[in-house]
Design a protein around this ligand. Structure first.
Ligand code: IPT
Length: 933
């Protein structure tokens, strides 16, 4: 059968550019008739125009049939969900038959049936005649419809098989989602055009060629280019295109049969002395990897959603996209041209599952797959060659090493010498122009930056690679809580000219909307082979709400940086291609988080030192915050949009008040009373505080493991130690000037433990608590956290704090969190990670008011600061939950007051927590004051 054939297709027309043409085009999207069969081998009688499909269902095109009630999606990362035995596929091969009729407008002759994307194998008939078949899910294909079109009613029939030999080339880390998931048209456009532009030393050049025997003419009216002939180069006085300044010019190519309109940009990508340059200037990727994803529509992403992605990226200081791991919908690249993003356009090729069989039989090194591999590269380059935003071609992802990759590279280099080639899977870089890696640790990135990386065995290849710019095509795995280590990577990327930056993995959580689970991930549809929540590793949640990771990334990617000296602010321009004239600078002074002054700063367009006005003196802790905002609307963001900010402390508070003991603890009728609190006489724990029913605090070392703890192995080592099942033994409750409670906190089955001593004293109603922690035994692992946990009545639901906010922050994250006064409900303090895990920690809290609706409650003050988490469920509940609906509010509010936490790192895929963010077990002291609000 063809579907187990290595040939990529039959009956197809030569690939050509995606073009906007005035040639008539019929939109064949919409409702089609649809039938799903469980196997491939069903009669194809439905292709007959007279076939009765009245018993079939309706299915929208574009879409995936599994997201419309036919079968269920399946997720695997590396694994093939079928036996590895190319080119054979399972008998169970979901097969979707599609039909639709359309009326041909009067006078219409000829045309091509064009499919922008069908996953995975499509056979196409028009009026009962088989036009051919196609593979290459995320690539367009055209068939000549002309001979079979007839006046009036025509019937297109398509049979789509989920599995084919081509599936071995499409093992990307994502849901397997078959169907006609991109647009279908009948077009009379036949033209192919390749416009070549460059920009150097203040001038541009433009020329073009194509499929039209020298009969086309190109004009760019705005540049005075009129009727340029193919193959002739014009020199023009053009402004350059860059992601920061995406200047486009309208071009028209007039051909005998049609007129084509393009938007051209002038730019040159080059590599000089091992540095990647755009228009002669260093190009630093502040990038993300983008899969196409929508929680309801899968990879059939609506235009408005593509646009929302680009806007969100631009507004978060992202300047580059790698189209992991296939060419996106062509409209997405138009948006990148228009709004400005550097793009690495990746071929639809991944054979990752062969790693599980030692790369035996890897298709990229199997000559029988040679034609299919080259076909994919050709269709990628031909479709997208006219986009100024596309500045590199990528051969694919995780496809091992092989001859077919070399052939793809050779072809691409010859066809388009203007763009460097990227591929990560072969570290020898034999076929590429840049050295690319994924998830390399900071230390290795630094060695590469300095040019002192370990040599390759082959001296020629080694010498060649040493001259290449370096990029991380994937780094900072954004799975769950994290990624940590972003700032440290950025610091390296900016320090060494050889480092061209990188692309965070990845843009969006691929959580599919689910009626009871909220968002589904691998295994939720009963897949026998799956990779659970590894598909939930994005910077934005499935509904496209930015996660704390994206907010941190925005901060780390800021194109403007502030440092502060005595009475001055130093503003530096980190744009590569523009000055600061489009920004306005505004400053506020806050005392204890309350604004006391504001003013504008007059910053030179090149950046530089700015004198600050005399700032008002004042009480308490005062901070200066300077913000750079858009002075006027940009196409991607409104005036006032914040691009960057900086903060400096002007004066610290006097420091925590020395506790003045006003009373000693007294034992009375079954309890101990001290200040505004009552304590249990045996456990020494609070039972009441300012009239509220309170339990705790007691030492807590555990956190609900985050994905980075789990997949990196730390969580299982923590569990082996028993940190999730600590026991608390009270050794002594001592009443003197203060209440002293001596305890030993330890898990069963080990001699490791912590001595925890709680000292309580009263100052009026207020209670001061000092917790001293002293480890015992040989602690060889870091600990998740050191702090205390207590519970309060559920009526407490609002939190106002002075500290870092408004979002969560952990030792190696939270760059987006600034010092101020913030308020949130307990519900809003939770970060909605699709897979529940530790979240919502607010850092460097000076004080926090935890209050009920009537305004009464408890103030907790740190000496000097603490970390705050408040939830309506326990840590154990959070740990047990597999989806957000598993988290059910209980009848208590659980509050963690932390001295410290272990960093989050990115060990779910990549390096763990950097040494400076590791929380070692050690002597520690936490000081807190509780007072009534
Ligand atoms: C890397 C893949 O390229 C990417 O698609 C994704 O699967 C990522 O891992 C993990 O989320 S490959 C990995 C073996 C480093």
């Amino acid at each position: 059968m063809d579907l187990e054939n290595f040939t990529p297709g039959s009956g197809r027309l030569e690939p050509r550019a995606a073009l906007r043409s005035d040639a008539p085009t019929l939109d064949l999207n919409g409702e089609w008739r649809f039938r799903l069969s469980p196997v491939a081998d069903v009669p194809a009688d439905f292709a007959d125009p007279g076939y009765d499909d009245s018993s079939w269902d309706d299915l929208p095109v574009p879409s995936h049939w599994q997201l419309h009630g036919h079968g269920a999606p399946a997720y695997t990362n590396v694994s093939y969900p079928f036996p590895v035995d190319p080119p054979r596929v399972p008998d169970e091969n979901p097969t979707g038959d599609y039909r639709r009729a359309f009326d041909l407008p009067d006078g219409w002759t000829g045309g091509r049936l064009r499919f922008e994307g069908v996953e995975s194998f499509a056979r196409v008939w028009l009026n009962g005649h088989e036009l051919g078949f196609s593979t290459g899910s995320r690539l367009p294909v055209e068939f000549d419809a002309g001979p079979w079109l007839r006046p009036g009613r025509n019937v297109v029939a398509v049979r789509v098989h989920q599995w084919s030999a081509a599936s071995y080339l499409e093992d990307q880390d994502m849901w397997w989602l078959p169907g006609i998931f991109r647009d279908v048209t009948l077009t009379r456009s036949t033209a192919d055009v390749f416009v070549h532009t460059s920009y150097r030393d203040g001038r541009g050049t433009i020329s073009f060629d194509g499929s039209f025997d020298g009969r086309g003419l190109l004009s760019v009216p705005e540049l005075g280019v009129t009727d340029l002939r193919p193959g002739v180069e014009a020199s023009v006085d053009a402004e350059p295109w860059s992601a920061e300044t995406p200047r486009l010019y309208d071009a028209v190519v007039t051909l005998p049969e049609e007129t084509v309109r393009l938007r051209v940009g002038f730019r040159t990508i080059s590599i000089e002395d091992g540095v990647l340059l755009a228009n002669g200037r260093p190009l630093l990727f502040k990038g993300v990897n983008r899969h196409e994803f929508h929680p309801e529509h899968g990879r059939a992403v609506p235009y408005e959603t593509m646009r929302a992605d680009v806007l969100l990226m631009k507004r978060h200081n992202v300047n580059a996209v790698r189209t992991s791991h296939y060419p996106p919908h062509p409209d997405f690249l138009d948006l990148c041209d228009e709004l400005g993003l550097w793009v690495i356009d990746e071929c639809d090729l991944e054979t990752h599952g062969f790693t599980k069989v030692g790369w035996r039989g890897n298709p990229t090194d199997d000559p029988r797959f040679a034609e299919a591999c080259l076909d994919r590269m050709r269709r990628t380059v031909e479709r997208d060659k006219n986009h100024p935003s596309v500045i590199m071609w990528s051969l694919g992802n995780e496809a091992g090493v092989g001859r077919n990759l070399a052939a793809m590279a050779d072809w691409a280099r010859e066809r388009d010498p203007s763009r460097p080639l990227h591929y990560e899977g072969d570290w020898s870089c034999a076929s590429t122009d840049v050295y690319s890696r994924m998830y390399a640790e900071h230390a290795e990135v630094e060695a590469i930056g300095r040019g002192v990386e370990d040599p390759l065995d082959d001296p020629d290849l080694d010498a060649r690679r040493r001259k290449m710019p370096f990029l991380q095509c994937e780094y900072a795995h954004a799975m769950g809580n994290g990624p940590g280590g972003l700032a440290e990577y950025q610091e390296l990327f900016e320090r060494y000219p050889r480092l061209a930056g990188g692309f965070v993995w990845e843009w969006i959580d691929h959580g599919l909307a689910h009626p009871s689970l909220e968002y589904a991930y691998g295994g939720d549809y009963g897949e026998p082979v799956h990779d659970s929540n590894f598909v939930i590793d994005g910077l934005i949640f499935p509904d496209r709400t930015p996660s704390p990771g994206l907010l941190d990334l925005k901060k780390v990617f800021e194109p403007v940086r502030f440092t502060f000296g005595d009475g001055v602010a130093q503003v530096s321009n980190h744009y590569g291609f523009r000055d600061l004239s489009h920004l306005r600078f505004h400053a506020v002074v806050e005392a204890e988080g309350v604004q006391v002054a504001e003013f504008d700063l007059d910053v030179p367009v090149a950046g530089g030192e700015v004198k600050l006005p005399d700032l008002p003196p004042g009480e308490g802790e005062r901070w200066l915050t300077v913000r750079a905002v858009l002075a006027a609307d940009e196409p991607w963001g409104p005036a006032g949009h914040e691009v960057a900010w900086g903060q400096t402390v002007l004066s610290s508070s006097e420091g925590p008040a020395v506790p003045v003991r006003t009373a000693a603890p007294v034992a009375r009728s079954g309890e101990i009373a001290l200040g505004g609190g009552t304590f249990h006489p045996r456990t020494g724990r609070l039972t009441g505080l300012f009239g509220l029913d309170v339990e705790g605090p007691r030492l807590e070392l555990w956190r609900a493991p985050i994905d980075n703890d789990r997949f990196g192995g730390l969580a299982s080592r923590w569990r082996a130690l028993g940190l999730h099942r600590l026991t608390h033994r009270v050794d002594e409750v001592e009443l003197g000037d203060e209440l002293v409670v001596r305890t030993r906190v330890a898990p069963a089955d080990t001699d490791l433990g912590m001595r925890a001593t709680y000292r309580w004293s009263a100052a009026g109603d207020a209670l001061d608590l000092t917790v001293d922690v002293e480890p015992e035994g040989d602690w060889t692992e870091p600990v998740p956290r050191i702090g205390v946990v207590m519970s309060l009545p559920a009526a407490i639901g609002d939190v106002t704090w002075f500290g870092r906010g408004p979002g969560e922050a952990y030792p190696d994250t939270g760059m987006a969190a600034r010092v101020g006064r913030w308020s949130a409900t307990v519900e809003d303090l939770q970060t909605p990670y699709v897979y529940p895990q530790e979240n919502g920690h607010r850092a460097d809290v000076r004080w926090a008011d935890l209050t009920a609706a009537d305004g009464t409650g408890i103030r907790v003050t740190g000496a000097p600061v603490f970390g705050l988490t408040a939830r309506r469920w326990t840590t154990a509940d959070l740990e047990r939950a597999a989806h957000r609906p598993d988290l059910v509010p209980g009848d208590r509010l659980h509050v963690n007051l932390d001295l410290a936490q272990q960093g989050v790192g990115t060990a779910s895929c990549g390096p763990g927590t950097l040494p400076k963010y590791v929380l070692e077990a050690g002597q520690a002291t936490l000081r807190l004051r509780f007072s009534p609000v």
